[in-house]
Design a protein around this ligand. Structure first.
Ligand SMILES: [Zn+2]
Ligand SMILES: [Zn+2]
Length: 306
């Protein structure tokens, strides 16, 4: 069984799904943010400004900044709540209509009777968006919170801004628990760039599609046809009997993870192909792959069901 990102037709397009501009609390105007991502070799990006009243509920119009070889997805970071810690949810929505209706979030404070996180996430999905639970570790998200966001397609498992700003980049702990409960989720790495600190060009998705258009990218995101990276390339992941065969750019570690303590690593030098035995993963009904290069940069597959 080959992961769908490596069996469906097309090629990989590199994109950042989580970015801010000065339409909310980012440092740069939308045009300059798009210019920088394009200059850095990205094929696409989504500007996802904070969808709250004090910024005018922005859904940034990045259509004018599309160019040959570079496209944009329309999105926003949605806030409503509260989570169980009393703070507002942060929910990434990519593929929103430009007229997505505001809720009742005048600022980042909880208001009585405001739309819940699960409600605004479901509304975004109904409007056509790919929705991810943003930066679970930074948010202080509990498993019960995450479980309640039933509409989400994905968990943000690496957030580069949270890595640089507070050393809380992780979403894998909560994603693995949800996968073990049977949730069908994909995993995204993002920048969450504000350009106010070194929070950009550190985590991205590689989306498999036949063309670099918003429609094709969005469909591929929703169906999990992508992997995430900080640098390494994943080229193939095949589950064959009781082993996983991984092909990649040169890496020093290939690790397969599953439910509970189930995991197995293969270490080496400049490996471009590795066979990882699955005995240590027991009866886990899902597994995923991490590769790590000599500089410590990682790439992560989406989970696959066994
Ligand atoms: Zn956020
Ligand atoms: Zn953000």
């Amino acid at each position: 069984m080959r992961l769908s990102a490596f069996s469906t037709p097309g090629r990989f397009w590199r994109g950042n799904l989580h970015t801010h501009s000065n339409l909310s609390d980012g440092a740069l105007p939308p045009e300059e943010v798009c210019r920088r991502y394009r200059a850095e070799g990205y094929d696409f990006m989504a500007l996802t400004d904070h969808f709250v009243g004090c910024f005018g509920y922005p859904v940034a119009d990045t259509v004018p900044f599309r160019a040959e070889g570079f496209t944009t997805l329309i999105g926003a970071e949605l806030h409503s709540g509260p989570m169980s810690n009393g703070e507002l949810w942060h929910i990434l929505a990519v593929g929103l209509p430009p007229d997505f209706a505001p809720g009742n979030a005048p600022d980042f404070r909880v208001q009585p009777g405001m739309e819940t996180g699960p409600e605004i996430a479901a509304r975004a999905v109904a409007a056509g968006a790919f929705v991810a639970i943003a930066h679970p570790q930074w948010s202080g998200l509990t498993l019960a919170d995450a479980r309640s966001l039933t509409a989400a397609h994905a968990v943000e498992v690496y957030n580069h801004g949270c890595a640089m700003g507070c050393d809380r980049p992780d979403g894998f702990a909560i994603a693995d628990l949800l996968l073990t409960e049977g949730r069908d989720l994909s995993l995204i790495a993002t920048d969450d760039a504000h350009f106010s600190e070194p929070d950009h060009f550190g985590g991205w998705v590689m989306v498999k599609a036949t063309e670099n258009t918003p429609e094709a990218l969005l469909a591929a995101l929703k169906s999990g046809q992508f992997y995430s990276s900080q640098g390494p390339e994943l080229r193939d992941v095949v589950v064959e009997g009781n082993r996983v065969i991984v092909e990649s750019s040169a890496v020093v570690s290939v690790i397969v993870q599953g439910a509970g303590t189930g995991a197995k690593a293969v270490h080496g030098q400049s490996m471009t192909r590795a066979e990882v035995p699955l005995e240590r993963l027991g009866a886990s009904h899902w597994l995923r792959v991490t590769v790590i290069d000599a500089a410590g940069r990682r790439a992560w597959s989406n989970p696959v069901r066994r």
